[in-house]
Design a protein. Structure first.
Length: 96
């Protein structure tokens, strides 16, 4: 049985829509100063994988800091537009 338009689903839709705003409200360097190494590849082998730095790169590109974004990971120029497209596509699907 599928419940449509429950309060939990409405809250989820609102939170989904607020993701870009929340990322803009956080400072661009919010993820820069972490001492945690979450990348399994880096933990096991001691070298960065092609995805290392992507979170920081996306955050800097979201704040229009292109130079730092590219320094963290050049693939952000491909990943960020794809993430934006998917976010808009899912947002349209949620609200239509």
């Amino acid at each position: 049985m599928v419940f449509k338009n429950t309060n939990i689903q409405k809250l989820g839709k609102v939170l989904w829509g607020l993701i870009p705003l929340v990322l803009w409200l956080l400072p661009a360097d919010f993820f820069d100063n972490s001492n945690w190494v979450l990348c399994i590849h880096k933990r096991l082998f001691g070298v960065e994988c092609p995805g290392c730095g992507m979170t920081r790169a996306v955050m800097h590109l979201h704040h229009f800091d292109f130079e730092k974004a590219i320094d963290f990971n050049r693939a952000v120029l491909i990943v960020y537009p794809i993430l934006g497209f998917l976010w808009f596509k899912l947002t349209y699907k949620f609200f239509s």
